[in-house]
Design a protein around this ligand. Structure first.
Ligand code: FES
Ligand code: FES
Length: 157
C-alpha cells in the first residue's frame, strides 16, 4: 500500500506495510533519525514528533493513518538546516543537555506547548512534559531554560 504524507514540508510517499510505526518509517525509510527509538511502547516520549502541529509519540502511530497529514520532526522544527529554534537555543545556553537521548522529544513537546501558550508557568510546563522521560537532568534545569524564553527568571528548586 502507498501512503503520501508531508514530512518537514515535503511530500513523501511510503510504499509498504501501512501498519508500520511512523517512527520506523522516519528512521529507516526517510533516514530522519532525530526521533529516538527507546521504549517503543509510548512511555518515554523520545520519539515525539508533531502531527498537524500536535505532539505525538511516533512509535504508536501506524503510518497508514497519516495520509494527507503533516508531520514535523526535530530535523524540521526550525525550518531545516543548522538553525535552532528558541527552545533548542535556551537548552544549549543553559547547558542542560547531558546524554541527549530525550532531547529531540523534549524539544518537540515544549515547542508545541509554547506555540499554544508562549509564557507557561512552571507547573504548566511540568504537566506538558509528564510524557517525556529524562534519566539524566532531574528536569528542573530544563524548566528553568524554557521559562527563560519568556523572561521568567526562576531558581532551580
Ligand atoms: S520510543 Fe516512543 S514513547 Fe518511547
Ligand atoms: S539528557 Fe539523558 S535522558 Fe535526558
Amino acid at each position: 500500500m502507498s501512503v503520501t504524507l508531508t514530512v518537514n514540508g515535503e511530500e513523501r510517499t511510503y510504499d509498504g506495510d501501512p501498519r508500520a510505526p511512523l517512527l520506523d518509517v522516519l528512521r529507516d525509510h526517510l533516514r530522519l533519525t532525530g526521533a529516538k527509538a527507546v521504549c517503543r511502547e509510548g512511555f518515554c516520549g523520545a520519539c515525539t514528533v508533531h502531527v498537524d502541529g500536535e505532539p505525538m509519540v511516533s512509535c504508536l502511530i501506524p503510518v497508514g493513518s497519516l495520509a494527507g497529514r503533516a508531520v514535523t520532526t526535530i530535523e524540521g522544527i526550525s525550518g531545516g538546516g543548522a538553525q535552532l529554534n528558541a527552545v533548542q537555543r535556551a537548552l544549549l545556553e543553559h547547558d542542560v543537555v547531558q546524554c541527549g537521548m530525550c532531547f529531540p522529544g523534549m524539544v518537540m513537546t515544549i515547542s508545541a506547548c509554547l506555540d499554544r501558550n508562549p509564557a507557561p508557568d512552571r507547573e504548566a510546563l511540568k504537566a506538558e512534559l509528564s510524557g517525556n522521560l529524562c534519566r539524566c537532568t532531574g528536569y528542573e534545569r530544563i524548566l528553568d531554560a524554557v521559562l527563560s524564553i519568556s523572561g521568567q527568571e526562576v531558581m532551580a528548586q
